[in-house]
Write a protein that binds this ligand. Structure first.
Ligand SMILES: Cc1ncc(COP(=O)(O)O)c(C=O)c1O
Length: 445
């Protein structure tokens, strides 16, 4: 069997944790309706704009792992910033409804809650890959024989490009200094014990370990606490790409002790296409003014920034890694979205997410049986919203099934060579959405 159906024996804390909703036997319309009726978060779906299909019906949008839906309140916040710009021009930096000079600060608290950090450890800035480079400038510091980066084999291409270019920047050869950890032959997901073993085996050579919170292709949530502890024990730096986990799975970045994390805000955070990303820098580096960093005026001590002195004095904490002043119009929709997260509560969202994704899995398995293979782990604590599905058909036919699904108003996406990704988002999807998606998949696959 190709997929990893359950978290493997020997991985901590996972045994017996099923992603399926306990209350549901059959995955039928009645069960979906009952679950929706009992859902305390159901009303949040109305806080989003849902795209329409060609027949004028609401699309069933299961693509929040790529781009989240637009919060209805986003336009109000963006319009407020446009109004303040119109009305106040430059003085909006201090006198706008939400003063622009401190705009990024209002995002830190809600973002910190989502990633399990203190507000000073978190900053909204730039976009993900840019932040990854900035973090590697500080936290990938090859020295002597400790000059390698460990990455998972099917890492998101941008991460790999960034890592390879950083190695070359330091005069290192990616063929020798990039260590990639792959799943076992005929398995889709990385076993925690294999990851830990690889970190330990290469420990003395590792300057940096870079891991995803949720793997973009398989939907697997790695056991970050264990991996981070191992990397630190080996003396390696450790960074995380949380693109697919922020707003999806709660994290405990501070307690886990990662050196840094980076993320984008356009997926589960619903901040809009290309919106401002974010960064976590652990408190232990808050005052590390000796760390090399690529500086800019927005990272300079806010109290003396406008004295326009020649010498850079970074702010303590993650803020000290800022380079430029923040893009207000890009950040505004995120203000609206983070407000929804605060009102819904991450814990309640997570509980609903476990139910929704479990229901989707059960409905697909019941309807498609052997015709589909779900490669995402079944254990709730080994995945987030997303299911990655392989249809047992020749690749071109499977891709055609994905297109037919789209034509039926079900929006997921396709990743080459053969993965269909569907991700019910607890803020705006229902059990009915999930059931209709499984029924449509049964018809087309
Ligand atoms: C896992 C992961 N890492 C990195 C990126 C790149 O993000 P950005 O274009 O914001 O740099 C993406 C984009 O989808 C992603 O999914």
């Amino acid at each position: 069997m190709r997929g990893l159906r359950h978290r493997h024996a020997g991985t901590a804390g996972a045994a017996g944790v099923s992603g399926r909703p306990a209350a549901v036997g059959a995955c039928d319309r009645a069960a979906a309706a009952a679950l929706d009726a009992a859902d305390p978060l159901a009303r949040f779906a109305e806080e989003f704009h849902h795209p329409m299909d060609v027949r004028g019906g609401r699309q069933i949008y299961l693509c929040g792992h790529s781009l989240g839906l637009q919060p209805v309140a986003a336009a109000t916040v963006v319009e407020q910033e446009l109004r303040d710009w119109r009305r106040l021009a430059v003085s909006g930096h201090w006198s706008a409804e939400r003063p622009w000079s401190t705009y990024h600060e209002r995002l830190s608290g809600p973002l910190a809650t989502l990633v399990g950090a203190a507000p000073d450890e978190v900053i909204a800035m730039n976009s993900l890959t840019v932040n990854l480079h900035l973090m590697m400038v500080s936290f990938f510091r090859p020295s002597g024989s400790r000059n390698c980066i460990l990455l998972e084999k099917s890492a998101f291409p941008s991460d790999r490009y960034a890592v390879v270019s950083q190695l070359r920047f330091h005069g290192l050869d990616p063929d020798r200094h990039l260590i990639e950890v792959a799943p076992r032959a005929d398995e889709s997901c990385l076993r925690t014990e294999d990851l830990i073993d690889a970190i330990e085996r290469h420990g003395e050579r590792l300057a940096l370990v870079l891991l995803p919170g949720v793997q973009y292709l398989t939907g697997q949530a790695l056991e970050l606490g264990a991996a981070i502890a191992t990397a630190r024990r080996c003396g390696a730096g450790i960074g995380l790409d949380l693109a697919h986990s922020i707003g999806n799975i709660p994290a405990r970045l501070h307690d886990w002790g990662a050196d840094f994390a980076v993320w984008c805000s356009y997926k589960y955070l619903n901040g809009g296409p290309g919106t401002i990303g974010g960064c976590f820098v652990h408190e232990r580096h808050a005052h590390a003014t000796d760390l090399p960093r690529f500086a800019g005026w927005w990272g300079h001590d806010a109290a003396t920034r406008f004295l326009m002195g020649p010498d850079f004095a970074p702010m303590p904490g993650a803020s000290g890694w800022q380079v430029s002043n923040p893009p207000i119009l890009a950040a505004a929709p995120l203000v609206a979205s983070l407000d929804l997260f605060e009102r819904a509560g991450l814990q309640r969202l997570r509980e609903k997410s476990i139910g929704l994704t479990g229901f989707l899995q059960a409905a697909i398995e019941a309807r498609l049986g052997e015709r589909a293979e779900i490669i995402t782990p079944s254990a709730a604590d080994a995945r987030g919203c997303q299911l990655s599905i392989r249809l047992r058909r020749p690749a071109c036919e499977a891709k055609r099934c994905h297109e037919l699904l789209g034509a039926a108003g079900i929006v997921g996406d396709w990743r080459e060579p053969d993965i269909l990704r569907l991700a019910p988002a607890p803020l705006y999807n229902s059990y009915e959405d999930v059931l209709l998606a499984a029924e449509a998949l049964e018809r087309v696959a």
